[in-house]
Write a protein that binds this ligand. Structure first.
Ligand SMILES: [Zn+2]
Length: 125
């Protein structure tokens, strides 16, 4: 028989907990995973969370594992290459998709650009 040991708001949280249990060879199941994987994020809350279940024999152990504080290893943020502005050497902002003027639109449909925060000129990212 399966016992719900934890409820998560988001599927990825449940997956993370599942990983912890996997590491200790505790088989676990994410209830509602099938339903959720077909839906986009906002619906997860409507359903009322994702249930992580284990079989009864593992319940106590699993709960203990999940109650232990998780060591949070900060994942290095994806840093953009510190590329200076080719015009003034200033800092470039986040890349964004620019829609080119219609005249050249037929050729470059979309182009990712970064705007210089110092001089305001854009460069292709
Ligand atoms: Zn610049």
């Amino acid at each position: 028989m399966l016992v719900t040991i934890a409820t998560f708001s988001f599927l990825h949280e449940a997956r993370l907990a599942q990983t912890q249990l996997d590491a200790l060879d505790i088989p676990s199941f994410i209830a509602d995973e099938y339903t959720l994987s077909n839906l986009q994020w906002p619906y997860e809350n409507i359903i009322g969370g994702v249930r992580l279940q284990v079989s009864e024999e593992f319940a106590a152990q699993a709960q203990e594992v999940l109650n232990e504080p998780v060591e949070i290893v900060p994942t290095p943020e994806l840093e953009l290459e510190p590329e200076p502005c080719p015009y003034c050497g200033g800092t470039l902002g986040e890349p964004y998709i620019a829609k080119p003027p219609p005249i050249i639109g037929w050729f470059f449909l979309e182009v990712s650009v970064r705007q210089c925060m110092a001089c305001g000129k854009t460069t292709q990212a």
